[in-house]
Design a protein around this ligand. Structure first.
Ligand code: GTB
Length: 218
């Protein structure tokens, strides 16, 4: 059964692939699973029909027959469990790859989001200039630790996995920021992820929505 995911009808990122449907598209492309996309506006996301799929009125969602999922991490874990290609067969390697999925979403992404939210929503606050360096220091610490662990390896734990897929999408949110550029190995790691054919297909598909060149139904 072809799954259907939801994505922004008009992503505020201008087609840079920073919204979280990108990681789901990439996962589906990695495993060779075709998918449909239902585009939703900001107001549609808050309506009861969408809230039945996503309690917080957000994207992405994932529908496959009777199954409806929200949370990009859970969706990718589901895809990775059902298809070969995103998690190793060996039980210990699989557990480590899952740990990297959680690390990307629970340890590395939160300080990055905090900084984004501050830059977007708190600029006019009297304490903004004082808070920003604190938030950036938190990111610096995490990137330093991640960079040390990655070293000169291609991927976080031997072969490419859903852990790398999530980590690359999380780090991409810092693209162009000095914070990431200070770590050449992380910059190359992100570029390595972006060079994967499945990533390119996913990126082009979400960009086509923005440029209005997506096929009908997407
Ligand atoms: N934890 C959830 C998950 O991982 O699925 C978070 C989902 C989420 O934050 N969805 C966002 C959303 O629906 C889109 S991805 N927001 C609308 C709302 O909450 O009303 C976050 C996002 C949005 C925009 C950009 N951008 O423009 O660069 C990047 C990322």
């Amino acid at each position: 059964m072809t799954p259907t995911i939801t994505a922004f009808a008009r992503s505020p990122d201008g087609g840079r692939g920073l919204a979280r449907d990108m990681r789901v598209r990439w996962a589906l492309e990695e495993v060779g699973q075709p998918y449909d996309v239902r585009l939703v506006s900001f107001s549609e996301m808050k309506e009861s029909a969408h809230r039945a799929l996503h309690p917080f009125g957000q994207i992405p969602t994932y529908e496959e027959g009777d199954l409806a999922l929200f949370e990009s991490g859970a969706i990718i874990f589901h895809i990775a469990q059902r298809h070969a290609g995103l998690l190793p067969e060996d039980a210990s390697a699989r557990a480590r790859a899952i740990a990297w999925m959680f690390a990307a979403l629970n340890t590395v992404e939160p300080p990055i989001i905090e900084r984004e939210a501050a830059r977007l929503l708190e600029r006019d606050k009297s304490w903004y200039e004082e808070r920003l360096p604190i938030l950036e220091d938190r990111i610096r610490v995490r990137l330093g630790q991640l960079s040390s662990r990655l070293g000169d390896a291609d991927w976080l734990d031997d072969a490419f996995s859903a852990g790398d897929l999530l980590m690359v999408t999380v780090l991409r949110r810092l693209s162009g920021a000095d914070l990431l550029a200070k770590h050449p190995n992380l910059t190359i790691y992100v570029a390595r992820g972006e060079a994967r054919p499945a990533y390119r297909r996913a990126f082009d598909a979400q960009l086509a929505v923005f440029t209005g060149k997506a096929p009908a139904g997407c």
